[in-house]
Design a protein around this ligand. Structure first.
Ligand SMILES: O=C(O)CCC(=O)C(=O)O
Ligand SMILES: [Fe+2]
Length: 329
Protein backbone atom coordinates (compact mmCIF):
# COMPACT_ATOMS: atom_id res chain seq x y z
CA UNK A 1 0.00 0.00 0.00
CA UNK A 2 1.26 3.46 -0.86
CA UNK A 3 1.87 5.90 1.92
CA UNK A 4 -0.73 8.61 2.02
CA UNK A 5 0.51 12.16 1.61
CA UNK A 6 -1.52 15.34 1.37
CA UNK A 7 -2.16 14.81 -2.31
CA UNK A 8 -3.16 11.17 -2.09
CA UNK A 9 -6.15 9.51 -0.66
CA UNK A 10 -7.56 6.04 -0.56
CA UNK A 11 -10.77 5.40 -2.43
CA UNK A 12 -12.93 2.32 -2.56
CA UNK A 13 -13.42 0.32 -5.74
CA UNK A 14 -16.91 1.80 -5.77
CA UNK A 15 -15.59 5.35 -5.79
CA UNK A 16 -13.14 4.57 -8.55
CA UNK A 17 -16.02 4.11 -10.96
CA UNK A 18 -16.90 7.78 -10.43
CA UNK A 19 -13.32 8.97 -10.83
CA UNK A 20 -12.38 7.17 -14.02
CA UNK A 21 -14.11 5.15 -16.73
CA UNK A 22 -12.85 1.97 -15.12
CA UNK A 23 -13.96 -0.80 -12.80
CA UNK A 24 -11.84 -2.96 -10.52
CA UNK A 25 -13.09 -6.45 -9.77
CA UNK A 26 -11.53 -8.79 -7.25
CA UNK A 27 -11.22 -12.56 -7.47
CA UNK A 28 -12.96 -12.81 -10.83
CA UNK A 29 -11.42 -16.21 -11.61
CA UNK A 30 -12.00 -19.18 -9.30
CA UNK A 31 -8.86 -19.23 -7.19
CA UNK A 32 -7.63 -22.62 -8.47
CA UNK A 33 -7.98 -21.43 -12.07
CA UNK A 34 -6.04 -18.24 -11.26
CA UNK A 35 -3.22 -20.26 -9.67
CA UNK A 36 -3.08 -22.84 -12.47
CA UNK A 37 -3.13 -20.19 -15.18
CA UNK A 38 -0.38 -18.23 -13.42
CA UNK A 39 1.82 -21.35 -13.23
CA UNK A 40 1.18 -22.17 -16.88
CA UNK A 41 1.93 -18.62 -18.04
CA UNK A 42 5.05 -18.31 -15.87
CA UNK A 43 6.43 -21.28 -17.75
CA UNK A 44 5.17 -20.32 -21.22
CA UNK A 45 6.28 -16.69 -20.95
CA UNK A 46 9.80 -17.75 -20.04
CA UNK A 47 9.98 -20.01 -23.07
CA UNK A 48 8.13 -18.03 -25.72
CA UNK A 49 7.32 -14.40 -24.92
CA UNK A 50 9.65 -11.74 -26.28
CA UNK A 51 10.55 -8.07 -25.97
CA UNK A 52 9.74 -5.83 -28.93
CA UNK A 53 11.70 -2.89 -30.15
CA UNK A 54 10.97 0.65 -31.19
CA UNK A 55 13.12 3.42 -32.56
CA UNK A 56 13.28 7.00 -31.35
CA UNK A 57 15.68 9.41 -33.06
CA UNK A 58 17.56 6.58 -34.67
CA UNK A 59 18.08 4.69 -31.42
CA UNK A 60 16.58 1.27 -30.91
CA UNK A 61 14.90 0.59 -27.56
CA UNK A 62 13.66 -2.73 -26.22
CA UNK A 63 10.41 -2.94 -24.28
CA UNK A 64 11.30 -3.50 -20.61
CA UNK A 65 8.97 -6.50 -20.44
CA UNK A 66 8.10 -9.47 -22.62
CA UNK A 67 4.83 -9.90 -24.48
CA UNK A 68 2.81 -12.36 -26.55
CA UNK A 69 -0.52 -12.27 -28.36
CA UNK A 70 -3.11 -15.03 -27.94
CA UNK A 71 -5.78 -15.30 -30.63
CA UNK A 72 -8.84 -16.76 -28.92
CA UNK A 73 -10.68 -17.16 -32.20
CA UNK A 74 -8.29 -19.96 -33.17
CA UNK A 75 -9.13 -23.54 -32.29
CA UNK A 76 -6.46 -26.03 -31.19
CA UNK A 77 -4.66 -27.38 -34.27
CA UNK A 78 -4.94 -24.09 -36.13
CA UNK A 79 -1.37 -23.26 -35.26
CA UNK A 80 -0.40 -22.49 -38.84
CA UNK A 81 -3.19 -19.96 -39.08
CA UNK A 82 -1.59 -18.04 -36.25
CA UNK A 83 1.06 -16.61 -38.50
CA UNK A 84 -1.42 -15.58 -41.14
CA UNK A 85 -3.72 -13.91 -38.64
CA UNK A 86 -0.89 -12.02 -37.00
CA UNK A 87 -1.06 -9.19 -39.52
CA UNK A 88 -4.71 -8.63 -38.86
CA UNK A 89 -4.74 -8.89 -35.09
CA UNK A 90 -1.36 -7.41 -34.50
CA UNK A 91 -0.93 -4.68 -37.09
CA UNK A 92 2.62 -3.65 -37.69
CA UNK A 93 3.83 -6.99 -36.34
CA UNK A 94 5.75 -7.69 -39.55
CA UNK A 95 7.56 -4.44 -38.97
CA UNK A 96 8.77 -5.38 -35.54
CA UNK A 97 12.42 -6.18 -35.38
CA UNK A 98 11.59 -9.08 -33.13
CA UNK A 99 7.98 -9.85 -34.05
CA UNK A 100 5.60 -10.25 -31.18
CA UNK A 101 5.16 -13.89 -30.23
CA UNK A 102 1.80 -15.35 -31.22
CA UNK A 103 0.78 -18.22 -28.95
CA UNK A 104 -2.07 -20.70 -28.94
CA UNK A 105 -4.46 -20.15 -26.03
CA UNK A 106 -4.70 -23.08 -23.64
CA UNK A 107 -7.93 -24.38 -22.15
CA UNK A 108 -7.11 -22.51 -18.91
CA UNK A 109 -6.73 -19.24 -20.79
CA UNK A 110 -10.03 -19.84 -22.57
CA UNK A 111 -11.72 -20.50 -19.21
CA UNK A 112 -10.30 -17.22 -17.91
CA UNK A 113 -11.62 -15.43 -21.01
CA UNK A 114 -15.10 -16.83 -20.30
CA UNK A 115 -14.96 -15.49 -16.71
CA UNK A 116 -13.86 -12.07 -17.99
CA UNK A 117 -16.65 -12.10 -20.56
CA UNK A 118 -19.23 -12.92 -17.86
CA UNK A 119 -17.92 -10.12 -15.62
CA UNK A 120 -18.27 -7.55 -18.41
CA UNK A 121 -21.74 -8.86 -19.24
CA UNK A 122 -22.78 -8.47 -15.61
CA UNK A 123 -21.86 -4.77 -15.74
CA UNK A 124 -23.11 -4.11 -19.23
CA UNK A 125 -25.79 -6.65 -20.12
CA UNK A 126 -26.45 -4.82 -23.39
CA UNK A 127 -22.82 -4.99 -24.52
CA UNK A 128 -21.84 -7.23 -27.44
CA UNK A 129 -18.23 -7.30 -26.24
CA UNK A 130 -16.56 -10.67 -26.15
CA UNK A 131 -12.81 -11.23 -25.94
CA UNK A 132 -11.12 -12.57 -29.08
CA UNK A 133 -7.53 -11.53 -28.28
CA UNK A 134 -5.42 -11.57 -25.15
CA UNK A 135 -2.16 -9.65 -24.98
CA UNK A 136 0.20 -11.06 -22.37
CA UNK A 137 2.75 -8.91 -20.55
CA UNK A 138 5.38 -10.28 -18.20
CA UNK A 139 7.06 -7.98 -15.66
CA UNK A 140 10.03 -9.72 -14.06
CA UNK A 141 10.73 -7.15 -11.36
CA UNK A 142 10.25 -3.48 -10.50
CA UNK A 143 12.30 -2.29 -13.49
CA UNK A 144 9.91 -3.94 -15.91
CA UNK A 145 7.18 -1.48 -16.79
CA UNK A 146 5.03 0.07 -19.47
CA UNK A 147 5.00 3.86 -19.81
CA UNK A 148 2.01 6.15 -20.26
CA UNK A 149 0.08 5.26 -23.39
CA UNK A 150 -3.31 4.62 -24.87
CA UNK A 151 -3.65 1.44 -26.86
CA UNK A 152 -3.32 1.07 -30.63
CA UNK A 153 -6.86 0.77 -31.98
CA UNK A 154 -6.22 -0.61 -35.49
CA UNK A 155 -7.76 -4.00 -34.90
CA UNK A 156 -10.18 -2.93 -32.12
CA UNK A 157 -11.71 0.22 -33.55
CA UNK A 158 -12.87 3.27 -31.62
CA UNK A 159 -14.08 3.15 -28.02
CA UNK A 160 -13.05 -0.44 -27.26
CA UNK A 161 -13.55 -2.15 -23.94
CA UNK A 162 -10.19 -3.54 -22.76
CA UNK A 163 -9.99 -5.75 -19.69
CA UNK A 164 -6.75 -6.42 -17.82
CA UNK A 165 -6.29 -9.47 -15.59
CA UNK A 166 -3.37 -9.38 -13.13
CA UNK A 167 -1.70 -12.56 -11.97
CA UNK A 168 1.27 -12.98 -9.63
CA UNK A 169 2.98 -10.06 -7.90
CA UNK A 170 1.02 -6.98 -6.91
CA UNK A 171 2.03 -4.03 -9.11
CA UNK A 172 0.48 -0.62 -9.48
CA UNK A 173 -1.69 0.07 -12.53
CA UNK A 174 -2.12 3.81 -13.11
CA UNK A 175 -4.65 5.80 -15.10
CA UNK A 176 -3.97 9.43 -16.09
CA UNK A 177 -6.57 11.80 -17.48
CA UNK A 178 -5.08 13.54 -20.50
CA UNK A 179 -6.93 16.82 -19.93
CA UNK A 180 -5.35 17.64 -16.57
CA UNK A 181 -2.93 14.81 -15.74
CA UNK A 182 -4.98 13.63 -12.76
CA UNK A 183 -3.73 10.19 -11.79
CA UNK A 184 -5.49 7.27 -10.19
CA UNK A 185 -3.16 4.47 -9.09
CA UNK A 186 -4.63 1.06 -8.46
CA UNK A 187 -2.72 -1.69 -6.66
CA UNK A 188 -3.44 -4.89 -8.57
CA UNK A 189 -2.95 -8.02 -6.46
CA UNK A 190 -3.15 -11.52 -7.92
CA UNK A 191 -6.52 -12.28 -9.59
CA UNK A 192 -7.63 -8.65 -9.90
CA UNK A 193 -9.30 -7.33 -13.02
CA UNK A 194 -9.51 -3.78 -14.29
CA UNK A 195 -12.11 -3.03 -16.94
CA UNK A 196 -11.22 0.01 -19.03
CA UNK A 197 -14.51 1.19 -20.47
CA UNK A 198 -14.95 2.85 -23.83
CA UNK A 199 -14.02 6.40 -22.72
CA UNK A 200 -10.72 5.19 -21.36
CA UNK A 201 -8.61 5.09 -24.53
CA UNK A 202 -10.01 8.48 -25.57
CA UNK A 203 -9.66 10.53 -22.38
CA UNK A 204 -7.09 8.63 -20.33
CA UNK A 205 -3.71 6.96 -20.62
CA UNK A 206 -2.54 4.03 -18.54
CA UNK A 207 0.78 2.67 -17.33
CA UNK A 208 2.45 0.13 -15.09
CA UNK A 209 5.16 2.33 -13.58
CA UNK A 210 8.56 1.25 -12.36
CA UNK A 211 8.62 0.38 -8.70
CA UNK A 212 11.27 -0.43 -6.14
CA UNK A 213 11.33 -4.21 -5.72
CA UNK A 214 10.82 -3.66 -2.01
CA UNK A 215 7.46 -1.99 -2.71
CA UNK A 216 6.14 -4.89 -4.80
CA UNK A 217 3.77 -7.30 -3.08
CA UNK A 218 5.46 -10.65 -3.74
CA UNK A 219 3.34 -13.63 -4.72
CA UNK A 220 4.03 -17.03 -3.07
CA UNK A 221 4.47 -18.74 -6.45
CA UNK A 222 5.59 -15.92 -8.76
CA UNK A 223 7.72 -13.86 -6.34
CA UNK A 224 8.30 -10.47 -7.99
CA UNK A 225 6.92 -11.56 -11.38
CA UNK A 226 3.62 -10.10 -12.52
CA UNK A 227 1.81 -11.46 -15.57
CA UNK A 228 -1.03 -9.50 -17.11
CA UNK A 229 -3.45 -10.51 -19.82
CA UNK A 230 -5.38 -7.72 -21.51
CA UNK A 231 -8.48 -9.06 -23.21
CA UNK A 232 -9.71 -7.29 -26.33
CA UNK A 233 -12.33 -7.78 -29.01
CA UNK A 234 -10.96 -7.55 -32.54
CA UNK A 235 -13.16 -6.15 -35.30
CA UNK A 236 -11.86 -7.91 -38.43
CA UNK A 237 -14.10 -5.79 -40.68
CA UNK A 238 -11.80 -2.84 -39.94
CA UNK A 239 -8.84 -4.52 -41.67
CA UNK A 240 -9.73 -2.90 -45.00
CA UNK A 241 -9.56 0.55 -43.42
CA UNK A 242 -5.87 0.22 -42.51
CA UNK A 243 -3.72 2.89 -44.09
CA UNK A 244 -0.01 3.04 -44.77
CA UNK A 245 1.95 6.03 -43.57
CA UNK A 246 4.46 8.01 -45.66
CA UNK A 247 7.25 5.53 -44.97
CA UNK A 248 5.14 2.65 -46.25
CA UNK A 249 4.47 0.95 -42.93
CA UNK A 250 0.99 0.42 -41.47
CA UNK A 251 0.02 3.56 -39.57
CA UNK A 252 -1.38 3.25 -36.06
CA UNK A 253 -4.89 4.36 -35.11
CA UNK A 254 -5.09 6.16 -31.79
CA UNK A 255 -7.25 8.62 -29.92
CA UNK A 256 -6.46 11.57 -27.70
CA UNK A 257 -9.12 13.70 -26.06
CA UNK A 258 -11.75 11.98 -28.20
CA UNK A 259 -9.99 12.91 -31.48
CA UNK A 260 -9.03 9.99 -33.69
CA UNK A 261 -5.84 10.10 -35.72
CA UNK A 262 -3.43 7.95 -37.72
CA UNK A 263 0.29 8.23 -37.07
CA UNK A 264 3.56 6.56 -37.98
CA UNK A 265 4.15 3.58 -35.72
CA UNK A 266 6.92 3.92 -33.17
CA UNK A 267 7.43 0.14 -33.26
CA UNK A 268 10.01 -1.45 -35.55
CA UNK A 269 13.52 -0.85 -36.71
CA UNK A 270 13.15 2.29 -38.79
CA UNK A 271 12.68 5.82 -37.49
CA UNK A 272 9.28 7.45 -37.57
CA UNK A 273 8.49 9.47 -40.69
CA UNK A 274 6.32 12.00 -38.86
CA UNK A 275 3.10 10.96 -40.65
CA UNK A 276 0.00 12.21 -38.77
CA UNK A 277 -3.55 12.83 -39.97
CA UNK A 278 -7.08 12.94 -38.62
CA UNK A 279 -9.13 9.80 -39.12
CA UNK A 280 -12.68 10.78 -40.14
CA UNK A 281 -14.10 7.25 -40.37
CA UNK A 282 -12.97 6.45 -36.82
CA UNK A 283 -14.35 9.78 -35.59
CA UNK A 284 -17.74 8.99 -37.12
CA UNK A 285 -17.71 5.46 -35.73
CA UNK A 286 -16.87 6.81 -32.25
CA UNK A 287 -19.83 9.19 -32.47
CA UNK A 288 -22.11 6.35 -33.51
CA UNK A 289 -20.96 4.19 -30.61
CA UNK A 290 -21.20 7.06 -28.15
CA UNK A 291 -24.87 7.45 -28.87
CA UNK A 292 -25.42 3.69 -28.50
CA UNK A 293 -23.45 3.17 -25.32
CA UNK A 294 -24.52 4.29 -21.91
CA UNK A 295 -21.94 4.44 -19.19
CA UNK A 296 -23.57 2.84 -16.21
CA UNK A 297 -22.58 0.20 -13.70
CA UNK A 298 -24.98 -2.29 -12.22
CA UNK A 299 -24.70 -2.14 -8.41
CA UNK A 300 -25.37 -5.83 -7.89
CA UNK A 301 -21.94 -6.84 -9.22
CA UNK A 302 -20.00 -8.43 -6.39
CA UNK A 303 -16.98 -6.43 -5.37
CA UNK A 304 -15.33 -5.65 -2.11
CA UNK A 305 -16.28 -2.16 -0.99
CA UNK A 306 -13.45 -2.07 1.51
CA UNK A 307 -10.59 -2.62 -0.94
CA UNK A 308 -8.66 0.60 -0.80
CA UNK A 309 -7.28 2.16 -3.90
CA UNK A 310 -4.86 4.99 -3.65
CA UNK A 311 -5.72 8.03 -5.62
CA UNK A 312 -2.82 10.30 -6.45
CA UNK A 313 -2.80 13.50 -8.34
CA UNK A 314 0.96 13.84 -8.47
CA UNK A 315 2.13 10.22 -8.66
CA UNK A 316 3.62 10.62 -5.18
CA UNK A 317 6.43 12.81 -6.44
CA UNK A 318 6.71 14.77 -3.24
CA UNK A 319 9.27 17.52 -3.28
CA UNK A 320 8.97 17.91 -7.03
CA UNK A 321 6.56 20.36 -8.51
CA UNK A 322 3.63 18.13 -9.23
CA UNK A 323 1.03 18.97 -11.79
CA UNK A 324 -2.08 18.70 -9.69
CA UNK A 325 -5.30 18.11 -11.48
CA UNK A 326 -8.42 17.77 -9.42
CA UNK A 327 -10.73 14.84 -9.69
CA UNK A 328 -14.03 15.73 -8.10
CA UNK A 329 -16.53 13.16 -7.00
O1 LIG B 1 0.09 -4.95 -17.72
C1 LIG B 1 -0.88 -4.23 -17.73
O2 LIG B 1 -1.72 -4.25 -16.84
C2 LIG B 1 -1.05 -3.22 -18.84
C3 LIG B 1 -0.58 -3.67 -20.16
C4 LIG B 1 -0.94 -2.69 -21.24
O3 LIG B 1 -1.19 -1.56 -21.02
C5 LIG B 1 -1.04 -3.17 -22.63
O4 LIG B 1 -0.79 -4.34 -22.89
O5 LIG B 1 -1.37 -2.36 -23.50
FE1 LIG C 1 -2.13 -0.64 -22.79
Amino acid sequence: MLRQTGCERAVSDEELTKLAPAHVLRRVLPSQLATDLLKELLHESKEMWRSSSWVVRGKEHMTPRTTAMYDLSLEAGQGEATKASTQQTNPGAEELHRPRASCMPSELLRQAARCIHAAVKQHRPESTWSPTLALGNRYDDGRACVGWHSDFLNSLGPRPIIVGLSLGACRRFSLRRTSDHSVVAIPMPHNTVVIMWDDCQEEWEHSVPRQADSSIGKHPVAGLVRISLTFRMARPELAEKQKLCSCGRPSVLKSKGGRYYLACSPMGTSSQCGFWEHCPWAQAEAERLRTLQRWEASPEVARSASCAIVCLTCEGRRGRKARHGKIRL
